[in-house]
Design a protein around this ligand. Structure first.
Ligand code: FE2
Length: 233
């Protein structure tokens, strides 16, 4: 499988490009508006046929590049979970749905808790966890329908039940990590390793984090598939 991990420095966001080298069919996960030119150029240089533009959730810290990407790849379809509230998405995914590109697929795992519509995407050997599970951390649960109890269940019952050697590719990293594994996070994630659900909830309810800088503009724009003109209206 062709695999690229791309990074937006300003928001510490990872964008992932996956493709089947034979058929050239490709998917992109969590694009960032400011990086669309980079991604369009790369997809064209690699001679890929972008089939799907996926989101792990409605982001609060950056605007998706979905609408801009579609200008270059008009056949690409946007996919957001049905509980994300993104009516403009071409496809609303549900738990267990398989997204096929060439001989590969990504399976949608509904992993709510950071937001209601959060998903992880699993393919053999890799899981893209968005902001549900981060490396040695997890997504916050203090806005956008955040719910630490749901997040605990999503991580422990959906992500931690994948094979131990599954590589974890998160939606962000703020410390320079690029990937982890299910085994590693079960063993070393300070919010989850040997923690009960009540202990996890207590940790999550006492993080006292500042709001993301771009939340006011990002959430409405992402509910419009990253179409800034519509979100301003
Ligand atoms: Fe998020």
């Amino acid at each position: 499988m062709l695999f690229r991990q791309l990074y937006d420095q300003e928001t510490s966001t990872y964008t992932y490009l996956l493709a089947d080298e034979d058929s050239k069919e490709a998917v992109i996960i969590d694009s960032v508006l400011e990086q669309v030119e980079r991604d369009q150029k790369l997809i064209k240089e690699l001679q890929l046929n972008l089939k799907y533009i996926l989101e792990t959730h409605v982001h609060a810290d950056h605007i998706t590049g979905a609408t801009e990407l579609k200008k270059s790849f008009p056949n690409a379809k946007t996919i957001v979970h049905s509980k994300g509230g993104v009516e403009c998405a071409d496809i609303h995914s549900t738990d267990g749905m398989e997204i096929k590109f060439g001989k590969y697929y990504l399976k949608v795992l509904s992993t709510p808790g950071h937001t209601n519509g959060c998903v992880s995407y699993y393919t053999e050997g890799m899981v893209f966890t968005g902001d549900a599970l981060l490396i040695r951390g997890c997504g916050r649960t203090d806005f956008q329908q955040g719910d630490p109890s749901k997040l605990y269940d999503s991580i422990t019952q959906k992500i931690f039940t994948l094979p131990d050697n599954t590589l974890v590719y998160p939606g962000h990293d703020y410390k320079g990590f690029t990937c982890s594994s299910v085994w590693e996070e079960k063993k070393y994630n300070p919010r989850l390793a040997n923690k009960t659900k009540d202990e996890f909830i207590l940790i999550m309810n006492n993080l006292n984090l500042p709001y993301p800088k771009k939340i006011q503009e990002s959430v409405p724009a992402n509910l419009k598939c990253g179409n800034i003109k519509l979100s301003d209206a």
